[in-house]
Design a protein around this ligand. Structure first.
Ligand SMILES: NC(=O)c1ccc[n+]([C@@H]2O[C@H](COP(=O)([O-])OP(=O)(O)OC[C@H]3O[C@@H](n4cnc5c(N)ncnc54)[C@H](OP(=O)(O)O)[C@@H]3O)[C@@H](O)[C@H]2O)c1
Length: 271
């Protein structure tokens, strides 16, 4: 595959921008960068590049697309990596009239060392060549590529990201409010809880602004937060019933969880 064309990254000095700079340079592509106060000016970057990867916060994404859109020509390939997809895809469809366009969401952070088995969601907006090139380059790294509509993606992210972050943050708050010493908790943890603590540990690398946008901008986020709170109240209420009733209720909840767990057992093994 041709690998001598230039890849320009807008937001190229940020976390994911730096990740993709290293990624593409390792594959032999020349990479140019644009930051707010360093590197190339955005329009100059567009003129010098074939691929334009936009790696900026979701909030400023529309204004960046609008700013560069009239400089995108037929030979250009434009890629976004926003963590939400419906709005960014709409903006790209509305404003980018030439070239090829691909929406993506890498479901991993910038500090991953091994990409094997990691997932990247994609949605083809315009053109075959960019789509084929991007797929082949990601497959070389043994990434799993999932093609999914922007709406369905955001809906699933309501659970996978919004709800997951929501209860991770709550877990940290509960640990904080418990009055227990974190060192004591870590020293006396089960295998299962250790896995949860390990997931919580990874928040230390993350950026509050990005997490705020993921939490607050996903149109399905409120639905999942409300569902969690409603279920917490109902489950807790059930466990405050008289002994016989609460044991029965607990078993009902546990059987449901066990059924989901058995389905997961099959799904995760075959994945
Ligand atoms: N971090 C993750 O785990 C992750 C995972 C998947 C997808 N994403 C997506 O990746 C994108 C970038 O996230 P990130 O974590 O890499 O963010 P980041 O570290 O904050 O980097 C953002 C970059 O955008 C630039 N930028 C900010 N405002 C700008 C503006 N008004 N005009 C031009 N450039 C501007 C910044 O420039 P300066 O260098 O001048 O500050 C910076 O280089 C987001 O859309 C996010 O949803 C992130």
């Amino acid at each position: 595959m041709e690998s001598n064309f230039t890849i320009g990254i807008i937001g190229g000095y940020g976390k994911m921008g730096t990740f993709f700079k290293n990624f593409f340079e390792k594959k032999g592509y020349p990479v140019v960068l644009s930051g707010r106060n360093k590197g190339l000016e955005k329009i100059e970057l567009v003129k010098q590049s074939k691929v334009i990867l936009i790696s900026v916060p979701i909030k400023v994404f529309p204004e960046i697309v609008k700013e560069i859109s009239s400089y995108i020509e037929d030979h250009h390939w434009v890629i976004d990596i926003c963590s939400l997809k419906a709005e960014p895809v709409k903006v790209m469809k509305d404003f980018i009239k030439k070239g090829e366009v691909l929406a993506t969401h890498p479901l991993f952070g910038p500090y991953e060392k091994d990409l094997k088995g990691k997932i990247i969601a994609i949605w083809r907006i315009k053109g075959d060549n960019l789509y084929k090139w991007f797929k082949s380059i990601m497959e070389e790294e043994k990434l799993n590529i999932i093609e999914i509509s922007p709406e369905k993606h955001d809906q699933i992210m309501g659970l996978v990201q919004v709800l997951n972050h929501f209860w991770l943050i709550l877990l940290a708050k509960i640990i904080n409010d418990s009055g227990l010493d974190l060192k004591d908790i870590v020293s006396l943890t089960t295998t299962s809880f250790f896995k949860q603590l390990d997931v919580l540990r990874r928040l230390s690398y993350q950026d509050a602004r990005l997490y705020a946008r993921i939490q607050l901008d996903n149109p399905y986020g409120k639905k999942f937060r409300d569902l969690l709170c409603k279920n917490c109240l109902e489950f807790n209420k059930a466990l405050n019933l008289p002994e016989e009733e609460r044991e029965k209720k607990f078993e009902e909840y546990f059987t449901l969880a066990k059924n989901i767990a058995s389905e997961l057992e099959k799904l995760i093994q075959t994945y």
